[in-house]
Write a protein of this length. Sequence first.
Length: 105
Amino acid sequence: MASTNNFKLTGPGDALDVMSRGVKGMIFTLDDIGEDFFDLKNRIAGETFQKFATYNFPVVFVVPADHGLGERVTELAREHKRHNLIRFCETVAEAGDWLTEKLVE
């Protein structure tokens, strides 16, 4: 998990930092993400997702159903429900299961 490794995701440059640390994938909770990350107007999330996808690096974002981040984030999570590298899950356990499965493929 990102918090275990002292990672904070605030922008696309942080994605490169995470990938350079020798880990094979990462789980991010809302506590591991900057408060502007899911403000979709600033494109931080989209650019960061692109970095992870470009480098074939699996990530999971734990975003509970009652996240309070707005309908657009709910849509974003729904759009990534079956994404090969970038997933949204409602619990850390679910995120861990997906990431573990992904890493043994």
